[in-house]
Design a protein around this ligand. Structure first.
Ligand SMILES: [Zn+2]
Length: 489
């Protein structure tokens, strides 16, 4: 995490080869992001450009999640980027949590501003101030809102997609008449995040409750999904917060209940960001580059025509045209690579970009009425008849999606252990990374001791409904939680 986003000079340096993952994971990551043309550095320190291939990936993630929340009655809207200081500072715990990262506008139109404006680090405060106009009675509840937008959190150390000063995300903000309903909302969204990660991104996650010290500033409780990357570090990939009445009392968000009495709302907020793209890269990639889950891959099948002269090119092209429409008709995202590069270069390019399936089509394939199919996971070449190709590709993509998830799950299983003492935990993290489960008394002191003893290993989350057995790994008092520890991004 010591990599900083370079200035223009360094940014223009061309990445020739990808550093091997086993040699230097951080460099491998940056090389893949840039060479696969997902994102790049810009002259703006700490800010990245998301390139079309990376943005297409984001759009597919966005669409999947947007469909989920729409199906349960959430509505998108858009609130201002700038937040007046007086609004930002109303909820004390919240403002303290964010102040170090807030960027301020102090001058505009050639003069100093009387009241400075914050660039939103998140929108609870402006939304709190706005939503009260639209909530009068219990009949206006629940209010289920979401916005897709950018936010700014000043970062000293940045990494493409994982930590940048400006990033894209969605922030849901909901308001309810009862605490139970708001807590159910938090769980509903946590379930969507888990499904998005597992069913779409093929990324197994631990879904659970964060410890008190890891709770979002101003929240009563925070739940998260946590994924394991191939370097053994965890990535917090989505969070869902229950605020109780904290924000409603700071911003006076109230409604008249059935007995005509004023009551404060219960609220939630939740978010996922372009950080998920970093998660996909690090959960699945290998030395050859990206491996993308078919359901979100901008291109699912790359076709590489192989020909020697104009005549064989025509032959191959005519053959591809006999099945291309049928494949696209199955809503399979297909790209035929007619560029001037040599076939070997094309193979490398589509492997680097993580396209799940590659079809090689040469004159001999045309003769045999077949294509040569290579999948990005096994990289084995096998002949597939052109007849019924569309259906076959559909099936291949589904099994690719399943296999990729299973591979990530196996990796997590192989990198998960259970310990009962601090000594065991420290010894583990001296040698390895991964997920370590341990019994814990739930005190912040014991959590801090683990962090000190390991140089930064923190709790990730725990199942709030599970019974804990044994005694706390640090203090030996009866354990209240079985919690996951990991080093994290
Ligand atoms: Zn303890």
């Amino acid at each position: 995490m010591t990599n900083t986003i370079a200035t223009t000079d360094e940014g223009e340096e061309f990445v020739k080869d990808i550093t091997k993952m086993s040699v230097d994971f951080d460099r491998w990551y940056t090389d893949v992001v840039r060479k696969a043309e997902l994102a790049d550095y810009t002259p703006v320190r700490g800010s990245m450009v998301i390139l079309p291939y990376g943005y297409a990936l984001w759009e597919n993630i966005q669409r999947a999640f947007d469909d989920m929340i729409k199906s349960s009655g959430h509505e998108n809207w858009y609130c201002p980027l700038l937040i007046p200081e007086e609004l930002l500072t109303k909820e004390e715990e919240h403002v303290q949590g964010f102040t170090p990262q807030v960027a301020w506008i102090t001058e505009a139109a050639g003069g100093k501003l009387e009241l400075r404006l914050a660039i939103r680090p998140t929108s609870e405060t402006i939304i709190g101030a706005l939503i009260r106009r639209y909530i009068q009675s219990h009949r206006d509840l629940p209010k289920l809102t979401n916005q897709w937008c950018n936010v700014v959190r000043w970062e000293m150390r940045t990494r493409l997609f994982l930590r940048t000063t400006e990033f894209l995300w969605q922030e849901g903000h909901t308001f309810h008449a009862s605490a139970d309903e708001a807590k159910q909302e938090v769980d509903l969204i946590l379930g969507y995040y888990r499904d998005l990660a597992q069913d779409w991104l093929a990324m197994p996650v631990l879904a659970g409750m964060k410890s008190r010290s890891e709770t979002f500033p101003g929240a009563v409780h925070t739940k998260s999904i946590e994924a394991l990357m191939r370097d053994g570090l965890a990535l917090q990939a989505g969070t869902s917060h229950y605020f109780g009445q904290n924000f409603s009392s700071a911003y006076d968000i109230s409604f008249s209940n059935q007995r005509n009495q004023r009551e404060l709302c219960y609220s939630t907020s939740w978010g996922i960001s372009t950080r998920l793209i970093g998660g996909v890269i690090m959960a699945h990639g290998d030395d050859a580059g990206l491996i993308l889950p078919p359901r979100i891959a901008p291109i699912q099948v790359a076709v590489v025509p192989i020909f020697r002269d104009a005549a064989s090119r025509d032959l191959v092209e005519a053959f591809i045209e006999t099945w291309r429409w049928a494949v696209e008709g199955e809503r399979i995202r297909l790209r035929v690579d007619w560029s001037d590069d040599r076939p070997g270069e094309k193979f490398n390019r589509w492997e680097l970009k993580g396209v799940p399936l590659r079809l090689e089509v040469g004159p001999r394939d045309v003769e045999a009425r077949q294509v040569s199919l290579v999948d990005r996971l096994t990289r084995e070449r096998r002949p597939v008849p052109a007849a019924g190709l569309a259906g076959r590709l559909r099936d291949e993509l589904s099994s690719f999606q399943r296999d990729l998830y299973q591979r990530a799950l196996d990796f997590r299983d192989q990198n998960t252990v259970e310990v009962s003492t601090l000594e065991e935990l420290v010894a583990h993290f001296k040698e390895r990374a991964g997920v370590v489960w341990a019994p814990w008394c739930e005190s912040e002191e014991c959590e801090a001791r683990v962090s000190e003893a390991t140089g930064g290993v923190h709790t990730r989350n725990f199942d709030p409904d599970a019974e804990a057995e044994g005694s706390c790994l640090v203090c030996g008092r009866p354990a209240k939680r079985r919690v996951a520890f990991a080093r994290a991004y």
